[in-house]
Design a protein around this ligand. Sequence first.
Ligand SMILES: C[S@@+](CC[C@H](N)C(=O)[O-])C[C@H]1O[C@@H](n2cnc3c(N)ncnc32)[C@H](O)[C@@H]1O
Length: 176
Amino acid sequence: MTDNKFILDACCGGRMMWMNKHHPNAVYIDIREAKKGHIGKGFNPGHEINPDFVMDFRKMSFPDKRFKLVIFDPPHLTTLSESSIMRKKFGCLNAETWQSDLEKGFKECWRVLEDYGVLVFKWNDIEISYKKVLSFIKEKPLFMNITAGQKALKDGHHSFWFCFMKIPKEVRNDEY
Ligand SMILES: C[S@@+](CC[C@H](N)C(=O)[O-])C[C@H]1O[C@@H](n2cnc3c(N)ncnc32)[C@H](O)[C@@H]1O
């Protein structure tokens, strides 16, 4: 892998969030692959999961401090049926192990992030509150964004984006 690949998407799925789905400076990984049409007739026919590397975010084969920016947008639901469209598109957390899976995933994202690098973590609290998730992530975000459309507000759930920076211990103050 060349040095100009300094951005990691640690669970890229269909890369729906990307403006350029093949950004030349990004490496895309996911635990699975899926061909166009995998969601089923009529549903998002162009959706595909085509990572550069099939890899588990809980145990990545990248060296420490390899990336300047890491994006972590893991599945956020535990209760989807095998045939659910949401599962096909976004994956599903294991109902028994989700907490340790996310904890391991975050730790790995942090390990492969260089000092002063930025980690963007996305969460949706339909099922599990973001406070719960932040309670077992050791690092603290610098700031967050709440995106809430009218429907989300009405239903009482939101997508959250959190921005972390890997500030080295020696330059952190006590309040970090
Ligand atoms: C919410 S989706 C990502 C959506 C993506 N950000 C987009 O813009 O389309 C979560 C993805 O995490 C993947 N995933 C789940 N467990 C994983 C693991 N242990 N390692 C790597 N990817 C994983 C799923 O396959 C799924 O594609």
